[in-house]
Design a protein around this ligand. Structure first.
Ligand code: SF4
Length: 220
């Protein structure tokens, strides 16, 4: 259907194919990072900051994700980051599983077919349920490898937005769980591609990188 990522992105940014297109927002968000990467991270949907910038996981959740990835030697410019749902639901609510199905069938499936990463990280419940199965539970199934319909192994971990809501011992425990989940991904990548480096020095400033897009979206 799409010959390359540029074609896909151009069509995606004009999509109005589900009810979320009518919620007040600045238009669909795209991806960030490297479309040829061996690792893809799939989140849930855009929040306010992501909607402004037009790219996934650049707000407070994204900044926490950056720190978690840095702890295992990964920077966001060298991986591919996207979301199950591309448009921001009204009131910043979590997208439903049905909304995830509609949008991901329309876009994510094509993205991952073009990117062909070796591994996928599913962030949070919506991504886990779409990529694994509807009865999967993030609290029970995170940290376990599962097969996706793309033939690409995936592992789920907590969405950073969930960590931002925790405090005290719960937060410490969840942060360690995320660390060990990400470490498992890095270890598997090292088996698949010995010597692969997914870390830039210095790390990219995503907000600076996408500032021009933000200006364009906010002035449209
Ligand atoms: S949520 Fe997805 S399918 Fe719905 S309008 Fe936005 S891009 Fe299109």
């Amino acid at each position: 259907m799409f010959n390359n990522h540029s074609e896909l992105e151009a069509a995606l940014l004009n999509c109005k194919q589900c009810a979320l297109a009518h919620d007040p927002h600045n238009g669909p968000t795209s991806y960030n990072g490297t479309p040829e990467s061996m690792l893809a991270v799939v989140g849930e949907g855009p929040g306010r900051v992501e909607d402004e910038y037009g790219v996934p996981l650049v707000g407070p959740s994204g900044q926490l994700l950056d720190k978690a990835l840095a702890s295992v030697g990964i920077t966001r410019d060298l991986i591919y980051t996207t979301n199950i749902v591309k448009c921001r639901p009204k009131g910043n609510r979590t997208p439903t599983i049905e909304e995830g199905q509609i949008c991901a069938n329309r876009w994510l499936d094509h993205e991952l077919t073009l990117v062909r990463p070796k591994l996928i990280i599913a962030l949070g419940s919506v991504a886990l349920k779409y990529l694994d199965h509807a009865n999967a539970r993030i609290t029970k199934d995170r940290g376990k490898w599962f097969a996706t319909k793309y033939g690409i192994p995936a592992l789920a971990t907590y969405h950073p937005a969930y960590l931002l809501r925790l405090t005290g011992k719960e937060l410490v425990k969840a942060k360690w769980e995320v660390f060990y989940d990400l470490k498992a991904v890095v270890d598997k990548l090292a088996e698949l591609a010995p010597g692969l480096c997914l870390k830039s020095d210095p790390p990219p400033n995503l907000l600076e990188l996408y500032e021009a897009r933000r200006q364009k979206r906010m002035n449209a």
